[in-house]
Design a binder for this molecule. Structure first.
Ligand code: ZN
Length: 950
């Protein structure tokens, strides 16, 4: 049984689509893309954790984990992931409130085998007893990983405050307390049989084959999924009503943040998706241009950031959310911040709905849909499968991009619903630690709740609007000319080439020869001399960038709304500016940016203080990051000469003064050099003009001289000694997780060496994960990968563990490698060929957009290696790598020439075990401790600077 609808496509979308419905009422969307370099599928099941039985929180999520653990047809628990990793693929899944989404990607030639294995999840999974126990621990470590994360804590606090009889107050992740139950396996099976019904599933298959072929696969593999003709989940009870709204919450965060979070609870907005009144309102409220609410708050020193967006929940209700990052002054005067917000809304109510604002949003979203860049097949499949649950199939591609119909009254009605009765105000800051006496039971978040007091209530009911004068201004960056400079793309160069080459400036240019979209990317690295070297200067530089960004905010926000994004970053002591989007207004915008930079001279102490406070809080929050996210930052100063120990940032900033900043600012641009890369719908002439013009703007304003490459300081990788070294850091009592990174250093990244490392990484990845995470259950985060530091290759193992100490983990990693020797020597030629195919398939993936292509080429410009055809070179060399090469590499890097450095993060929970093992290993001379980072660095030999421009 199949039906064909006309599916609305974007103007530049060349793929074929077809929707069919199988006999079992499974709705499938087939996407045929002859240019696809990967294939993918996603299955969305319309059941989520809001349907967990009341006494089994986390069951839907646990079930998601269990489907990966073997099926009747493929009983081996690692069959699916093994198959994918040998075939250039991977998979993942997530459970949300109302959906469970499963997806994978793999090389084109293996899609049928992957579909066969994948479909069995929904036909006949095993739920084997042995796996039930283990996977419950995996779910528990996942929760342990989240427990100190503010985003999870705030979400659960919000949900737990819903009316107690409603589904919304559930806890979705689950842990050992909620899942460990004698009947848990039966509960899983019962839940699965009840809810995993074909009519509630949406399948997307994406491949390079034709539609007829994919239709056959859908029929053959997915027709056996049982159909119970279930109704989609529907909820009646509203979690928030006037009884539990109109109040003020105070919450103590883990990170040192000051935030004001405002939620208006509204009726279901999804049903108005064609008019999208919420997008009109979030556009105005979240605006950062001239006259915006954020600009007013910043001018008054109350806030630094603001965002607005709406969310649809349970097909039943919606919320409009405004998040404001406050300054210290903003926390103390939060009533004033609220007053500005309510005044702004009053102004919107009184000025009425503006059709030109709607038209601007509509025009840009249509433009964006028609010129959309392709995504990776798996993220596209994932998103489409979810959208199929909510939109008619004909509109599944175009929604939620369009704002089709202007409905003035509907927008006005929606604004009128923003009032004090249905709002929930949350203030987040450590300053409330004293008054927050209540505790959310699952995450332990401290909070308090009170009625909005009479005085504030009166102010918000009658907000004075004389402080807020005007609406935002029309956008001057809207692209008008969308023509391509040429359609004769066959004769254009494949790679960037130099169109200007002077000692202080090189300009690489590539006119687009592939994507044919009216877009372009401009990247420039501006180097200064020694002024940015050392930790103090790096901090001053960070302050300078922060202040500059604030200076540019109103303009760059307008450009961003017109899909002309901009970013400013510091890399290796240089300023990197990147601008990308529609090319029409790009040169004009670039000139504006350079003019702002050239005139920039911030001497306002109040503005300095605000950015100082913001960066101080960022530094203070470093220690609150997840150990596995943080541990690489601590590895940096041990492996590279310009690495900075994160612990030094805060004390150094504390000693930094405004006067020092003024000196730094004055001296910053005495000498300048430029490296550019421009790609896209541009011509050589336009590029030459705006690069020269931009450089001149800076040279003239700053009276600067030219910086030669020899004046740029070199950065070198540290050569590890042929030993097993470790460095450790105690994480203190707040952190329940320990973490380890084991780095094995190799050699320079030649094409040959890089390929051998890729083989090694592919061969080790799945077995390492299966052994240390699935079997030994050492933690939720378990990774192995190859890395490059300043052109030096290395192999990394990383584990974050809530059960074991780093020294223990270190031993388990070594034991794994010892036991893996046998497996390495037993790899057959046929298996090795499979790994080779997988690598070929990964290397065959081309960039999906002009921006991805520019990013790859930019790496080559920055590292001065200019191997723009690196991917092609790797592809042509991959056939020459032999099994013996990789076996030799394995023995060299892990045993015979082992140069190993461990970074250990020790939680107090594992301190005792850690010390015991450490003492023993030290006594046996197995390991050597790095006592001082600086001492280690100063006594080490260095690699040459492989990225030098000289
Ligand atoms: Zn999970």
């Amino acid at each position: 049984m199949s039906t064909l609808q006309r599916i609305i496509k974007g103007a530049s979308d060349l793929r074929n689509y077809k929707s069919i419905t199988l006999k079992n009422k499974l709705q499938c969307l087939l996407v045929s893309d002859e240019k696809a370099d990967k294939s993918s599928a996603a299955m969305n099941v319309n059941v989520g954790h809001l349907q967990d039985p009341i006494d089994r929180p986390g069951l839907a999520h646990f079930l998601e984990h269990m489907l990966f653990m073997g099926t009747e047809k493929y009983p081996n628990q690692s069959e699916y992931s093994d198959y994918l990793s040998k075939n250039g693929g991977y998979s993942n899944a997530y459970t949300s409130q109302m959906e469970t989404n499963y997806y994978f990607a793999c090389q084109n030639s293996s899609i049928e085998g992957a579909l066969d294995r994948f479909s069995q999840f929904f036909v006949k999974p095993l739920f084997s007893e042995a796996c039930v126990e283990k996977e419950m621990n995996a779910v528990d470590s996942e929760h342990q990983k989240n427990i100190m994360q503010d985003s999870w804590r705030f979400l659960q606090l919000f949900r737990s405050s819903a009316h107690k009889h409603t589904e919304f107050c559930k806890f979705g992740t689950g842990n050992l307390q909620t899942l460990s139950h004698p009947t848990i396996r039966d509960d899983l099976i019962q839940f699965y049989n009840k809810y995993y019904s074909a009519n509630l599933m949406r399948l997307v298959i994406y491949s390079n084959k034709d539609i007829a072929q994919m239709e056959n696969w859908a029929q053959n593999y997915f027709s056996d999924i049982p159909n119970n003709d279930l109704l989609p989940p529907s909820f009646k009870a509203l979690p928030f009503t006037q009884e539990n709204l109109g109040n003020l919450w105070k919450v103590v965060p883990i990170k040192d943040i000051h935030q004001l979070s405002i939620k208006w609870i509204l009726p279901d907005m999804r049903k108005y998706y064609k008019n999208n009144p919420a997008s009109y309102l979030s556009h105005l409220l979240g605006h950062e241009g001239e006259n915006s609410l954020l600009s007013i708050l910043i001018k008054n020193g109350l806030a630094v950031e603001l965002s607005a967006g709406n969310q649809n929940e349970q097909n039943l209700w919606s919320s409009m959310n405004i998040e404001i990052s406050l300054t210290n002054k903003g926390v103390e005067n939060y009533e004033q911040v609220l007053q500005y917000l309510f005044s702004y809304i009053q102004m919107l109510k009184e000025k009425g709905v503006q059709e030109w604002v709607f038209n601007e949003i509509q025009m840009l979203s249509k433009l964006n849909f028609d010129n959309k860049d392709n995504e990776k097949p798996e993220s596209y499949s994932l998103s489409l499968a979810s959208r199929m649950q909510y939109y008619p199939i004909e509109e599944v591609l175009v929604q939620p991009y369009l704002n089709e119909q202007y409905d003035k009254n509907l927008i006005q009605d929606t604004i009128n619903q923003f009032n004090i009765e249905n709002v929930r105000i949350t203030l987040i800051s450590k300053k409330f630690a004293e008054e927050c006496q209540l505790t959310e039971p699952i995450y332990g978040t401290q909070y308090s709740v009170e009625q909005i007091n009479e005085q504030l209530r009166n102010i918000l009911l009658n907000p004075k609007i004389d402080v807020i004068h005007d609406l935002i201004k029309p956008n001057t960056f809207l692209p008008k000319n969308m023509d391509l400079f040429t359609k004769e793309i066959d004769t254009l160069p494949q790679y960037p080439f130099l169109i200007r080459n002077e000692e202080f400036s090189e300009v690489w240019f590539k006119q687009d020869n592939h994507f044919q979209k009216p877009k372009a990317s401009v990247k420039v690295k501006i180097s200064f001399n020694q002024q940015t070297k050392g930790i103090k200067n790096q901090i001053l530089f960070a302050l300078w960038i922060s202040l500059l960004k604030e200076e540019m905010r109103e303009i760059s926000y307008m450009a961003e709304m017109a899909y002309l994004g901009q970013s400013l970053n510091v890399v290796d002591g240089a300023l990197i500016l990147s601008v990308g989007g529609y090319n029409d207004s790009l040169p004009q915008y670039l000139k504006q940016i350079f003019t702002i930079i050239s005139n920039f001279n911030q001497t306002d102490k109040t503005k300095f203080d605000i950015q100082y406070e913001r960066i101080m809080r960022q530094y203070q929050n470093i220690s609150k990051m997840q150990p596995y996210q943080l541990i690489f930052n601590y590895a940096q100063p041990l492996i590279i000469t310009n690495g900075i120990n994160p612990d030094e940032l805060q004390p150094t900033l504390e000693k930094t003064t405004f006067d020092e900043y003024l000196v730094f600012q004055k001296n910053l641009m005495q000498k300048l050099s430029f490296q550019w890369l421009i790609q896209g719908n541009m011509t050589e002439e336009i590029v030459k003009n705006f690069t020269v013009e931009s450089e001149n703007i800076l040279f003239q304003a700053k009276n600067a001289t030219k910086l030669s490459p020899s004046e740029i300081s070199d950065i070198r990788a540290i050569q590890l000694p042929q030993k097993t070294m470790f460095w450790e850091k105690n994480l203190g009592s707040h952190e329940t997780n320990s973490a380890i990174v084991s780095l094995y250093q190799y050699k320079k990244d030649t094409i040959q060496n890089e390929l051998k490392m890729q083989f090694l990484a592919n061969i080790i990845k799945t077995p390492f994960f299966e052994k240390l995470r699935t079997d030994e259950q050492l933690g939720y985060v378990v990774h192995s990968l190859s890395t490059t530091t300043r052109a030096v290759l290395g192999f990394i193992f990383m584990i974050q563990s809530n059960v074991k100490s780093p020294q223990y983990l270190s031993q388990r990693i070594e034991l794994f490698l010892n036991n893996f020797k046998e497996r390495m020597s037993n790899i057959t030629d046929a298996e090795f060929e499979q790994y080779r195919q997988s690598i070929i398939s990964n290397l065959s993936q081309k960039p999906k957009s002009i921006f991805e292509e520019a990013n790859d080429n930019w790496d080559e410009v920055l590292n001065n290696q200019r191997l723009f055809n690196r991917r092609i070179q790797l592809l042509s060399e991959v056939k020459n790598v032999t099994l013996q090469d990789v076996q030799e590499l394995f023995n060299q890097i892990f045993f015979e020439e082992k140069k190993k450095l461990d970074i250990h993060f020790v939680s107090n929970n594992h301190l005792e075990e850690n010390n015991k093992i450490k003492d023993e290993r030290l006594k046996n001379n197995e390991i050597e401790q790095v006592q001082s980072v600086v001492g280690f660095r100063n006594s080490s030999s260095l690699f040459p600077d492989f990225y030098s421009r000289l």
